[in-house]
Design a protein. Structure first.
Length: 193
């Protein structure tokens, strides 16, 4: 049993501002502070729900439990804790039925696979390379690839800071992309009880 939430900070009144440490992507410490803050909010919930598992990364929270009753209880406590701290939940983003999508993975009742990722190999600009490398970084660990495997792609990020600066795939980068596509076609994990 799983459920996925995507909370985001919400001011309680028009006069109240969201703390910069939580909301500003320009603050280089904000990811760490966000992780710490959510962890501190969810720690009492984790202690109260025992067998349930609550995972979070940035604004994605995954709640899982061995049965529906415990899942419902854990989910209620999690939502109450986040809302009490000023987070707003978008009901349409709460995933209650499989397949659940979490951190680049698609979780079904029996398997866990990387989400379908369209690998754009028609690279023309630095912006294209940024987007490609960012997408691949999410699935790289699940595909059993190292950063060294993707170095030919990461090397395309070097030189010229303008996002519109031209880029083309090298032979090595094409080979790295082929390796990614092969792994994506064959990798999955099976869940067992």
């Amino acid at each position: 049993m799983f459920c996925l939430l995507s909370p985001y900070p919400q001011p309680r009144s028009p006069e109240e501002k969201i703390p910069l440490e939580i909301s500003s992507p320009r603050d280089e410490n904000s990811p760490s502070i966000c992780q710490w803050y959510l962890s501190s909010l969810l720690s009492p919930v984790r202690a109260a729900v025992g067998e349930a598992i609550i995972l979070h990364y940035m604004d994605d929270v995954l709640v899982c439990a061995p049965n529906d009753d415990l899942l419902s209880h854990a989910l209620d406590l999690t939502i109450d804790s986040l809302v009490a701290a000023g987070f707003k939940l978008q009901e349409e983003k709460i995933q209650r039925m499989p397949p659940w999508k979490y951190l680049g993975l698609e979780i079904s009742k029996r398997t866990i696979v990387p989400q379908i990722l369209v690998v754009k190999n028609n690279i023309k600009t630095l912006a294209d390379v940024h987007q490609l490398c960012g997408s691949l970084n999410w699935v790289r660990p699940w595909l059993g690839l190292t950063t060294e495997d993707l170095d030919p792609l990461f090397n395309l990020l070097k030189g010229g800071e303008e996002l519109s600066s031209p880029r083309t795939l090298t032979q090595e980068a094409r080979a790295a992309l082929e390796k990614v596509q092969d792994r994506m076609a064959t990798r999955q994990a099976n869940r067992c009880k």
